[in-house]
Ligand binder design. Structure first.
Ligand SMILES: [Zn+2]
Ligand SMILES: [Zn+2]
Ligand SMILES: [Zn+2]
Ligand SMILES: [Zn+2]
Ligand SMILES: [Zn+2]
Length: 151
């Protein structure tokens, strides 16, 4: 008689049918991310980069020494046109040394590249974040069979 007990349990299991929603796997495709498990980061819209806050995405900043004019007033040697074009030491406008007379300085943020920095959102990798709905697996537990795979 004892031998029959496992056989009965087995036949009971066969009565249950495979869940047709998940085809017996207990899992269904996550539609939120279309099974990729990843979604575009809402902070950087999937670009993986965002505008640098130091230079507002410009990659450069106005020179603070010359206020963008490219010239600064200082004592230096040069041709003094106000004094007949003589080469002398005088106080006057000279090309700004801070910005090489361009009026602009490169952004001082070392991680800034052409005005862009890596996205600062936690968990963002190359513009992608793990899907909240399936926690990055791409699959969700089948609610029809509660993940059992059969009903
Ligand atoms: Zn199912
Ligand atoms: Zn991002
Ligand atoms: Zn910058
Ligand atoms: Zn300057
Ligand atoms: Zn998902």
């Amino acid at each position: 008689m004892l031998v029959l007990i496992p056989l009965l349990m087995m036949s009971c299991g066969l009565v249950k049918s495979k869940c047709d929603v998940c085809d017996g796997t207990g899992k269904v495709i996550c539609l939120n991310c279309n099974k990729s498990g990843k979604m575009n980061c809402n902070n950087c819209s999937g670009a993986g980069q965002e505008d640098c806050s130091w230079c507002n995405g410009q990659g450069k900043k106005m020179c603070t020494s010359c206020s963008g004019g490219g010239k600064e007033n200082r004592y230096d040697y040069g041709y003094n046109y106000a004094n007949g074009g003589k080469y002398e030491y005088f106080f006057g406008p000279f090309p700004c040394r801070n910005c090489n007379a361009t009026g602009q300085m490169r952004c001082s943020n070392v991680s800034c590249q052409y005005g862009k920095v890596r996205c600062s959102k936690f968990g963002c990798s190359n513009g992608k974040i793990a899907c909240d709905e399936c926690h990055g697996t791409g699959e969700r537990k089948c609610i029809t069979c509660d993940g059992a795979g059969e009903k």
